[in-house]
Design a protein around this ligand. Sequence first.
Ligand SMILES: Cc1cc2nc3c(=O)[nH]c(=O)nc-3n(C[C@H](O)[C@H](O)[C@H](O)COP(=O)(O)OP(=O)(O)OC[C@H]3O[C@@H](n4cnc5c(N)ncnc54)[C@H](O)[C@@H]3O)c2cc1C
Length: 495
Amino acid sequence: MKCDILIIGSGIAGLSYAVKVAEKRKDLNIVLLTKEKITSSNTELAQGGIAAVTNLVTDSFEKHIEDTMDAGGGLSDLKVVKHVVESAPKRLKELIEYGVEFCEDTTGNLELGLEGGHQVKRIVHAKDQTGSKVEEVLSEKIKTYKNITIHTHFCAIDLIYDHESIVGTKVLDLKNKLVKVFLSKITVLATGGSGQVFKYTTNPTVATGDGVAMANRVGAKISNMHYFQFHPTAFMESEMNPLFLISEAVRGFGAFIINEKAERFIFKSDSRGELATRDIVSKAIIEELKGSNQSEVFLDCRHLDSNIFKKQFPFISEYCESKGYNLKERLLPIIPAAHYQCGGIEADENGRTSINNLFAIGECANTGLHGKNRLASNSLLEALVFAHDAAIETLKIIDSINLNFSETTQVIILVKEKEAIYRNYKLKIQEIMSNKCSFGSEKKQVILANSALILLKHEFLKNYEPRKLSVNSIEIINLFDVALLISNAIAKNLG
Ligand SMILES: Cc1cc2nc3c(=O)[nH]c(=O)nc-3n(C[C@H](O)[C@H](O)[C@H](O)COP(=O)(O)OP(=O)(O)OC[C@H]3O[C@@H](n4cnc5c(N)ncnc54)[C@H](O)[C@@H]3O)c2cc1C
């Protein structure tokens, strides 16, 4: 199968890029693949919103830039930060024009929420379901372009590298149980994050770091994988995967984090208390748990106006109530959970990776925006900005690319699921990563984790039959590769 552009992933990055290229060049043959249904993505779960300067009386680009640099521990690339922050109002306006309905205040202006690390209210949101509203609009919009072909339940396996360029991708068609080869002039990885490498995560099961693993296997530059963001307020239900997120906006609204003695202990670490950045709040919780031998701390919403709370956070309120937690009366058990991959495939200001004709956008990319810690609600924004810039760059270069590669074989394969075995390997990877490569891990532990992962991968590959592929076996290999990238990066940076 040949196409001009192959997009892998249907979150905000892949969908908005698709719209941009399809709109400008109706003659291009664009294919978008996704592992499950279109909406299975991190984007679908995003609650809080999109950070953008929209009120020039209370806010400014300078303040948003300052907050992003501060959250990133000074390691963000200032040029990239400025570009993203200054592009935000334009990209947001486009989403509104596409039909995304954000909340408005009584005067008809965008209603702005507050989240940790932001000096002022600047989070544009659609109640507490911003991501799913964006997915809904974008996934409908791409269906209106005749030059985009969408394949759901197609899992990309590996990139095809030829003469220093990416020329296509090997893909598992899950419905027809076939491996297919898609040849493309441009390949765009928009595969999202890798939270599933850890035991407790807010990321859906599709977030297995496939894009990073595939890019790594063809030698693309990968960086900052040791900067994994843990969200401090995931609702602790021990058998749940993913854990349900309690948006940072809930703390912005006034919720407290307390220990079993009802102390607001975060203030011991930072004068901003619950509104310090995520890395600080998560670290404070982990230290509190270690010191007290407890397995969870609590989110206290009992003092908040429950009518306004329910109006502002209907989705969160409903979920908690369905689990027996009326937040006006009960404390909610919470723990930090793996939430966002700050590093990834190195991508320049136009989304180009270190390999010709391969782009990376969204959470799978490391653009330099986040440094060591992402500022809340900057990631949907980053995906929008880089999808736009990558689309412009694609259109500049696409006509100069010749596709001479001609492998179009389709291999019939036996898909034989070995559910129990795969589940076991996944759990082992998650145990190793959570116990030894998480917050505050010591170098000795990380090195042990690294060796354990190498041995386990070796054992897995001994029994692995490439002709008996399944999405689970593909994901396990990717989880191993991502876990090794993370543990290696942590070990290196612990000195
Ligand atoms: C619970 C939660 C709440 C969040 N809240 C916010 C928020 O309020 N504001 C904010 O800015 N950010 C938020 N984030 C982060 C944000 O949602 C993500 O960073 C962003 O949505 C990433 O978009 P993306 O398009 O890069 O990836 P995703 O939305 O994750 O999409 C990746 C796509 O790639 C597909 N895919 C993966 N591997 C393959 C493969 N091998 N073959 C084919 N397809 C594949 C997936 O199925 C999926 O469709 C939140 C994240 C979570 C988990």
